[in-house]
Design a protein. Structure first.
Length: 785
C-alpha cells in the first residue's frame, strides 16, 4: 500500500472505547483493536499498530500465503478482517459471499475513505439517529468486480458503533451479505444468547465456545421469540459484573444469523446480519445498491452492567424516535385479560368509569371490536366496528373515554387476515401462498405479502383512516404468527424476507408520518418480534403474553441486557395468573410491572375494596416516580444466595435517588434480616428510605388464626373471607408495617442498612416483614439534603 500511514489508520473512538481499523500492505481492511479506549501516538507509529495486529503464530504448514513473494508469513486466515470472504486463504465463515463470472473467489481491497455518511433518511431500512461521527470505506474485489462500502456511525456517549455494508450494483450475485465482521484475538470466550417460545420468552443460554461455530439464527419471518439478535460475548473467567464484554445487536426485524466461530487456536470471528438461508441477490438486475441492516456493537470493562448502561442509553437516545422519546408513557388499563372477546359497550363503559376512579390515563380496547371478531377464528382483515357489540362505534367509545378523563387506544393486527374478511376477499392475490396449494394457518390466520406497494398502500390508508376516525391516541399493533407459504411466483425468492421487512418498514414509516401524535405499541403474541428495527417505529413492545410476575422476572431481566425498561411493557394482571395459575400478591405484580412500561390488564370492575385502594396507591406511586422508573438506569443486583431473592433497582443519573425492588423466590424458614445492598449512591448526601406499605392477606395465616380469633369466628369462614376483601392483616391487627429511616450515604453504600426481619413464626408486629413465596417489598430512596 503506498498510502501514507495516516490514511491507512481509522481510529473510531467513543467516550470509553476504541475501534481501530488498518489497511494492511496488501490493501485488506483489518480490525486490529476493539476494546476499552486506547490512545495512539501522534503522529501514528506503525510499530504500535503492528504490535496490536500481530498474529499469534507465524504462518507455516498448510496456511495459504496471500502473496508468497512479498510476505510468505501473511495469511488472511490469521488476519482480523472487516470483511471475511472465501477463496484467498481465509477459511473462517465469510461475512460476504459474492459469485462473479469466475466463481466464488473474493478479495476485497481498499479503494478510498470518507469521513461522512449522508442521506440515511432516504433509505429503506431504519438507522440509529443522531450519530456523532461517521466514516465510510470503499473496497473493491478485482476477482468479481464487486464494490462495497463499509459504513460506520459512532455514538460517543453510549459507546456504540453501528455498521452496515452497501453492495454496489454490478455483474455478480450475492449469496451472503452480513452486516458486520469482527475478529477478536486469542482468548477463551463465552457467548450469552437468548432463547424462548410463546409465553416463555427471554431465557439466557451461556455457551462456552469450543473450536467450531456457534450460531444463533432464526428463520421464522420475524426476528422471533426463538432467539433475539441481542448477543453478548465475554471472556472466560471474567466476572459477569465487572469483566470485559462485547454486546451485539441488529436493527432488523427479519430472519437473522449471528455467528461465533472459535478457531482451533482460540481466535474468535463474530459476524451477523440477514440469515443467509434462502438468501441470494442478483446484483446485475438490481434496481439499486443492496444495503444490509445496521448492526450495532459495544464493548465495556464493566460486565453486564456496562452493556446495559451503553445499550439502554443508545436505545433511548438513538433508536426510539418521535414524540414519545424520553417522555412519560400513559398508565393504561387494557381489557384483554379482563374480558377477552366477551365484552359489550356497557362493560367497556364500566371499565372506563372505574379506570377514571382509580387514576388511569388510557383505556385500551384490545382484540374483538371489529366485524365477525368474536373469537380468533374470524374477522382479521375487517376494519369496520362490530356495531352489535359497540352500537356507538369506536368514535362513541373514544368520546366516552374523553368525557371520563381517559385517552383511548385500540388493538389492530394489520399484517394478517382470516378467510372471508374484507381484506382477504378484496386482496386475495396478496395472501401469502404458493400458487395452486392451500397455505398453512397459524392461529387460524394467513399472512399478507407486504412486499407489494399496492397492499402497503391499502394498509397505510386503512390504518391512518381508522386512527383519524376517532380520538385515538394509542395503537397496539399485533402480529400473531410466523410466516409460512412464502411463495414468490416470478418475483425474487432470494430476498423474500428482506423485501417483506422493507415493505413493513415502509408501512410503519408512512403510518407514523400520518399519525405523529399516536403512541404505538408493538406486539407479536408478546415477544415474537422484539428488536431494534421495530423499536425505530414503536417506542414500546408488549414483551410477552405471559403476565405472571415471577415469569416476568426472567423475561424482563433478559430483555434488559440490551433494551431499556422504557421499551417493554408489563401489566398487572389477576391472580391466579391466567397463564401459569400462580398466585402472587398485588404488591409483587405491581413491583414487576413498574419495572417496565406500566399498565394493568384485568377486570377492574370486579375488584375488592382492598384491591381498589391498593391499585390507587400503586398508580399514585408510579405517577410520582414515573421518570425515574422509566428512564433511570436499571440494574440487577446479585444478592447473597442465602436470601433467595432477586433484586432490581433504578437509579437516577445524579445517583441521588433510587427505587429498589426485592422479590422472594421461595420463603425460607430462617427469618432473614434483609440488608440493602450498596447501590453506589452519592456518599456526600443523606437519604430517606421509605418502604411500601405492607398488605398481607389475613387468609394466608390459615389455621394459625384459630389461636387469636374469638371462638365463634372460623378462620376459614364467611367473616374472615369478607373482612379480607376490605382490610389487610396489618390493618386488622393495627400493625402498620412501613419502614422509614434516614441514613447517611456512606452507611447506605456500606450495604449494612437493614430492613425489618421477615416473619419467623413469632407473631406479627409493626416491624414484621411478611413476604411469603414470591412476595415483594420495594423501597424509595432519596437524598434529602
Ligand atoms: C396476542 C397479544 C395479546 C392480545 C391477543 C388478542 O396474543 O399478544 O396481548 O392482544 O393477541 O388476540
Amino acid at each position: 500500500m503506498d498510502l501514507p500511514l495516516e490514511k491507512r489508520i481509522f481510529h473510531l473512538t467513543t467516550d470509553e472505547t476504541s475501534y481501530l481499523l488498518f489497511v494492511n500492505d496488501f490493501g485488506h481492511l483489518e480490525n486490529v483493536y476493539y476494546g476499552p479506549k486506547i490512545t495512539l501516538s501522534e503522529p501514528y507509529d506503525l510499530k504500535e499498530i503492528e504490535d496490536l495486529r500481530r498474529a499469534p503464530t507465524l504462518s507455516t504448514g498448510t496456511n495459504v500465503s496471500y502473496d508468497e513473494e512479498k510476505d510468505p508469513y501473511f495469511t488472511l486466515d490469521w488476519a482480523r478482517l472487516e470483511v471475511g470472504t472465501p477463496g484467498k486463504g481465509d477459511f473462517r465463515g465469510p461475512s460476504l459471499l459474492v459469485e462473479g463470472d469466475k466463481g466464488f473467489v473474493n478479495d476485497f481491497r481498499f479503494v478510498s475513505s470518507k469521513n461522512i455518511v449522508r442521506n440515511l433518511d432516504k433509505e429503506d431500512l431504519p438507522y440509529p439517529l443522531k450519530f456523532d461521527e461517521s466514516l465510510q470505506i470503499t473496497l473493491e474485489d478485482d476477482m468479481t468486480g464487486a464494490i462495497i462500502v463499509l459504513r460506520y456511525l459512532v455514538y460517543k456517549k453510549s459507546n456504540v458503533i453501528a455498521r452496515d455494508v452497501v453492495i454496489k450494483k454490478g455483474n455478480y450475485r450475492l449469496h451472503k451479505a452480513l452486516s458486520f465482521n469482527l475478529d477478536l484475538p486469542q482468548k477463551e470466550y463465552e457467548v450469552l444468547s437468548t432463547y424462548g417460545a410463546w409465553g416463555s420468552e427471554g431465557h439466557v443460554a451461556t455457551h462456552e465456545l469450543v473450536p467450531g461455530v456457534f450460531s444463533v439464527k432464526t428463520q421464522a419471518g420475524p426476528s422471533s421469540n426463538r432467539h433475539n439478535p441481542l448477543t453478548i460475548v465475554k471472556t472466560l473467567g471474567d466476572n459477569l459484573e465487572n469483566g470485559l464484554m462485547y454486546g451485539f445487536n441488529l436493527v432488523y426485524s427479519g430472519p437473522f444469523e449471528m455467528n461465533f466461530e472459535l478457531t482451533p487456536d482460540f481466535r474468535l470471528r463474530i459476524n451477523g446480519g440477514i440469515n443467509a438461508l434462502m438468501f441470494y441477490k442478483d446484483m446485475k438486475d438490481a434496481e439499486g445498491d443492496f444495503v444490509t441492516p445496521w448492526a450495532v456493537m459495544t464493548v465495556t470493562k464493566r460486565g453486564q452492567n456496562g452493556i446495559k448502561a451503553n445499550f439502554h442509553q443508545f436505545v433511548n437516545k438513538h433508536i426510539i424516535r418521535g414524540r414519545y422519546q424520553n417522555k412519560a408513557r400513559p398508565i393504561l388499563i387494557n381489557n384483554w385479560e379482563g374480558t377477552y372477546f366477551n365484552f359489550t359497550e356497557r362493560k367497556i363503559h364500566q371499565f372506563i368509569k372505574k379506570g377514571q376512579e382509580l387514576g388511569f390515563e388510557l383505556f385500551v380496547l384490545d382484540d374483538g371490536w371489529f366485524v365477525d371478531r368474536d373469537s380468533d377464528y374470524a374477522g382479521l382483515g375487517n376494519f369496520d366496528v362490530n356495531k352489535k357489540k359497540l352500537p356507538h362505534g369506536i368514535d362513541g367509545l373514544a368520546k366516552y373515554a374523553k368525557k371520563h378523563g381517559l385517552k383511548f387506544g385500540l388493538w389492530i393486527e394489520p399484517e394478517m387476515v382470516n378467510e372471508g374478511s374484507d381484506t382477504y376477499n378484496n386482496y386475495y392475490e396478496y395472501v401469502m401462498q404458493v400458487e395452486g396449494f392451500e397455505p398453512s394457518k397459524c392461529r387460524h390466520q394467513l399472512c399478507l405479502d407486504l412486499r407489494y406497494r399496492e397492499i402497503q398502500d391499502y394498509l397505510i390508508n386503512k390504518i391512518s383512516t381508522l386512527v383519524k376516525s376517532a380520538n385515538i391516541s394509542y395503537i397496539k399493533w399485533d402480529y400473531n404468527r410466523p410466516l409460512s407459504d412464502f411463495g414468490t411466483g416470478n418475483s425474487d425468492a432470494g430476498t423474500f424476507f428482506y423485501d417483506y421487512t422493507v415493505g413493513l418498514y415502509r408501512i410503519l414509516r408512512e403510518v407514523m408520518d400520518l399519525c405523529p401524535n399516536v403512541l404505538f405499541e408493538g406486539c407479536a403474541s408478546g415477544g415474537n418480534r422484539f428488536d431494534l428495527g421495530v423499536l425505530c417505529y414503536f417506542p414500546q413492545i408488549w414483551a410477552s403474553d405471559c403476565s405472571d410476575a415471577i415469569e416476568r422476572i426472567r423475561i424482563q431481566s433478559t430483555l434488559s441486557l440490551g433494551y431499556p425498561q422504557s421499551t417493554y411493557s408489563s401489566h398487572v394482571t389477576t391472580s391466579p395468573n391466567h397463564q401459569t395459575l400462580r398466585r402472587t400478591s398485588l404488591t409483587t405484580r405491581f413491583a414487576m410491572a413498574m419495572l417496565g412500561v406500566f399498565g394493568y390488564e384485568l377486570d377492574i370492575t370486579h375488584l375488592t375494596p382492598l384491591e381498589e385502594r391498593q391499585i390507587k396507591e400503586q398508580i399514585a406511586f408510579y405517577k410520582e416516580h414515573r421518570h425515574l422508573l422509566l428512564y433511570g438506569q436499571l440494574q440487577e443486583i446479585k444478592l447473597n444466595p442465602i436470601y433467595n431473592k432477586r433484586c432490581f433497582c433504578v437509579i437516577n443519573p445524579a445517583k441521588t435517588e433510587s427505587i429498589v425492588v426485592f422479590i422472594n423466590e421461595q420463603v425460607d424458614i430462617l427469618p432473614h434480616t434483609l440488608l440493602i445492598p450498596s447501590l453506589g449512591l452519592d456518599e456526600t448526601r443523606t437519604y430517606k428510605i421509605t418502604s411500601n406499605k405492607q398488605y398481607s392477606n389475613i387468609k394466608d395465616f390459615g389455621s394459625l388464626l384459630k389461636f387469636v380469633l374469638p371462638k365463634h369466628i372460623k378462620y376459614d369462614g364467611f367473616i374472615i373471607n369478607t373482612l379480607s376483601k376490605t382490610h389487610s392483616a396489618e390493618e386488622m391487627t393495627k400493625n402498620e408495617v412501613k419502614l422509614e429511616q434516614v441514613v447517611p450515604g456512606t452507611l447506605l453504600n456500606s450495604g449494612k442498612v437493614s430492613l425489618y426481619p421477615e416473619w419467623g413464626g413469632r407473631g406479627i408486629s409493626d416491624e414484621t416483614s411478611i413476604l411469603g413465596d414470591f412476595g415483594a417489598v420495594y423501597l424509595h430512596i432519596k437524598a434529602i439534603d
